[in-house]
Write a protein that binds this ligand. Structure first.
Ligand code: GSH
Length: 208
């Protein structure tokens, strides 16, 4: 049965799952969540995910939330994108959930999607410092290696790249991070790769 990914184009956390499914040839379809009009806070959505967060994957009889859990499910089902060194792969996925996507997502939201009069300067400044430090960590790790773990793409790459293909500004300039830049180019060369706005419904231009 075709799996359903509850998602929206601007969601880097949903993109991780969508990208993994696109690269592995998973049988899936997107279900649009109207996040910017409260879609993730509706009683219907919260019945699906009590955490009121996107993404959610409904696959057969299972309802899965948290992008890392969904990624593991896809790798276990397909036998693809699972690094040989599972602990190292999980280490980077946990890191990403807190220091990578966990900060990039809110920062990008604050800087681009909140009404201008609600963009708290102090929160942006604090999150920017944390985000830049985490990007420096990622840059150091990727210097001299092609993939996050071992010599092939894995869930760690899906996770850590979640927000880095978007062009809405949040202080990440690819040119300033050559190892990240080259790694993103390698990911974009993988057969089946698509940009988040091509893979999932919803785009900032819808609200322009
Ligand atoms: N740790 C979660 C984070 C999910 C998340 O923060 N999703 C955002 C959209 S990208 C969301 O639904 N946020 C709602 C909120 O924070 O109220 C994951 O990896 O799935």
């Amino acid at each position: 049965m075709t799996a359903k990914l509850y998602c929206f184009g601007e969601s880097g956390n949903a993109y991780k799952a969508a990208l993994a499914m696109a690269l592995t040839g998973y049988d899936w379809q997107p279900v649009y969540v109207d996040f910017f009009n409260g879609g993730a806070r509706s009683p219907e959505f919260q019945a699906l995910n009590e955490m009121a967060e996107v993404p959610v994957l409904v696959d057969g009889g299972q309802t899965l939330t948290q992008s890392a859990v969904i990624l593991l499910h896809i790798a276990e089902r397909t036998g693809q994108l699972m690094a040989e060194d599972r602990a190292e792969m999980l280490r980077w996925m946990f890191w990403d959930a807190q220091k990578g996507s966990g900060q990039q997502g809110p920062l990008r939201f604050l800087m681009n999607f909140l009404p201008e009069d609600k963009r708290a300067a102090q929160a942006i400044s604090w999150l920017s410092g944390r985000t830049m430090a985490a990007l420096a960590t990622l840059e150091r790790h990727l210097t001299g290696r092609d993939w996050m773990v071992g010599d092939a793409p894995s869930l760690a790459d899906m996770s850590c790249c979640g927000y880095l293909f978007y062009t809405e500004p949040f202080g990440f300039d690819r040119k300033a991070f050559p190892a990240i830049d080259a790694w993103l180019a390698r990911i974009a060369q993988l057969p089946g790769w698509q940009h988040p706005y091509d893979l999932m419904p919803g785009n900032p231009s819808d609200r322009a």
